[in-house]
Design a protein around this ligand. Structure first.
Ligand SMILES: NC(=O)c1ccc[n+]([C@@H]2O[C@H](COP(=O)([O-])OP(=O)(O)OC[C@H]3O[C@@H](n4cnc5c(N)ncnc54)[C@H](O)[C@@H]3O)[C@@H](O)[C@H]2O)c1
Length: 464
């Protein structure tokens, strides 16, 4: 697309230029088309990927209306039912901010372009499809000079990570703002804990431990493709099952704890080695599972200073549930997430036992700031409205790479370094920008309906 060099990129610049134009036309006595004052600073939003999180993110966006008017004007998905379900859910609570007539609802792999074409420079596009499409959608948003919010994870492989880092630089050069859905970074409790750790409250970090262990959730386990919808669309619907779509359950589920613990350390690990496996290969009635996931993972990450971070993940019925994160220092320890990805409260302790008697601090977050999903949107929209630099994409790619490094270490049974993951050449969804509804799936089932799976130690260079 041709953009004139004078195309305004920021909301402030846009408003400044419209002000100048109004002044110039007043002097010249030329009538300008009437623009309602309230509409001047209305942010318009397009939602691309209308599932559970997309609907939530759109609502979080609309909830920033205290900062100024904001409305949803276009939606895109590959499933009609998903788009309409999302539209109904958002419209139910925010109807005065929803203006999406049928001709701004787009179904298909090119829907993202049509939805973004409805926006003006400086508006916001939300990317909440599975990760395979992040770079495709971000590249178009940059061409259209749009601010973006994109959900985690951002990448599952080396080539798209390198591509997204370049796109992030391009977005910053054009003064576009980009938020990434690693919401732990916007948890007020974790922000205060981070500061306390930097101030030495628990000494030097020696070990960190993250656990996300519960029963099967999402689409982590899939039985055979039933033949409809098409195989590509079915894999997209069951995206947690396929590494090309999501990085599998490891990337999709564990990235939050991996990201916030590395933040506490102010570093990304340099390498990972890991264990993992699959205990149950069939459903209770004997149907084979055909997804690419293990049901348990245990990763040992190593930082440049030699300190360690252990991440355990499990999706098993009946096994003990553990879902939290701890930081152990030379003087004491901290509970980062008490429960879930970044659940309140965070706290610090003398020594290594999190007993109440040893407690040094427990977070106390004001009620209106307890939701990190809302906090992340308040910050993004504030940066857009006040034209402050804001780009979380490089950090989001790095968190995605560290996650992929742990996953690949488990799937191959090899040590994987950060550099190897970043520079690896295997692209899991090549041509994700050229799909049509009839395109073949990235993974084709064999005669038994099975897909290639990790075989640790046998397949050493590739995850499947
Ligand atoms: N930050 C968080 O805590 C959090 C929570 C849930 C999900 N997520 C992330 O959000 C993303 C979506 O997850 P979800 O749970 O909402 O899944 P979902 O399946 O409910 O929604 C994804 C939607 O995207 C649509 N879609 C897929 N490919 C598309 C394409 N090329 N163009 C247009 N639409 C497309 C699907 O049809 C679906 O409606 C994932 O990356 C997930 O990791 C983040």
């Amino acid at each position: 697309m041709n953009e004139s060099p004078s195309t305004p990129t920021s909301r402030r610049e846009f408003l400044k230029n419209s002000g100048r134009l109004a002044a110039a036309s007043a002097l010249a006595g030329v009538a300008l088309p009437h623009v309602h004052a309230a509409e001047d600073n209305t942010l318009q939003v397009a939602l691309i990927g209308c599932g559970g999180r997309g609907s939530g993110a759109a609502i979080d966006a609309l909830n920033t209306s205290k900062q100024g008017p904001i409305k949803l004007i276009a939606m895109a998905d590959v499933f009609d039912a998903k788009l309409n379900g999302s539209y109904n859910a958002i419209n139910k609570t925010h109807s005065s901010q929803v203006d999406v007539p049928p001709d701004r609802k787009f179904i298909g792999f090119d829907g993202y372009q049509k939805a973004m074409d409805c926006l003006k420079p400086g508006d916001i596009a939300i990317f909440t499809t599975p990760l395979a499409f992040r770079w495709v959608h971000f590249a178009y948003a940059i061409q259209k000079r749009l601010n973006v919010f994109m959900e985690k994870p951002l990448t599952a492989d080396g080539p798209t990570s390198r591509r997204l880092i370049k796109l992030a630089e391009e977005a910053s050069a054009k003064n576009l703002k980009a938020g990434v859905g690693l919401m732990s970074r916007h948890s007020r409790a974790l922000q205060e804990l981070h500061q306390r750790i930097q101030d030495g409250e628990i000494g030097d970090i020696i070990l960190m431990r993250g656990y996300r262990m519960h029963g099967p959730v999402g689409s982590a386990f899939s039985t055979k493709w039933p033949g409809s919808p098409g195989e590509l669309l079915w894999q997209i619907r069951n995206f947690h099952s396929f590494l090309w779509a999501s990085g599998g359950c490891f990337s999709d589920f564990y990235i939050h704890i991996i990201d916030h613990l590395c933040w506490m350390k102010n570093a990304w690990p340099v390498s990972a080695q890991a264990l993992g496996g699959r205990h149950y290969k069939t459903t209770a009635d004997g149907s084979p599972y055909v997804d690419q996931n293990f049901d348990s993972y245990s990763v040992e990450y190593t930082f440049a200073d030699g300190s360690k971070f252990l991440m355990d993940g499990r999706c098993n019925v009946g096994a003990k549930a553990m879902y939290f994160s701890h930081v152990q220092g030379s003087k004491g320890m901290a509970i980062a997430s008490n429960n879930g990805d970044c659940g309140l409260p965070s706290s610090t302790y003398k020594g290594q036992n999190p007993d109440r008697a040893n407690r040094l601090w427990v977070s106390d977050v004001p009620a209106d700031q307890r939701n990190p999903y809302q906090n992340e949107w308040n910050s993004l929209v504030d940066a857009i409205r006040h034209d402050r630099p804001y780009n979380e994409v490089k950090r989001g790619v790095e968190a995605s790479l560290v996650t992929s490094m742990g996953r690949k270490a488990a799937h191959t049974a090899q040590e994987i370094t950060f550099k190897e993951m970043l520079n690896s050449e295997h692209e899991y969804a090549p041509g994700a920008d050229k799909l049509t509804m009839d395109s073949p799936a990235f993974l084709k089932a064999d005669a038994n309906g099975r897909y290639p799976i990790p075989e640790p130690g046998l397949k050493k260079n590739s995850e499947y």
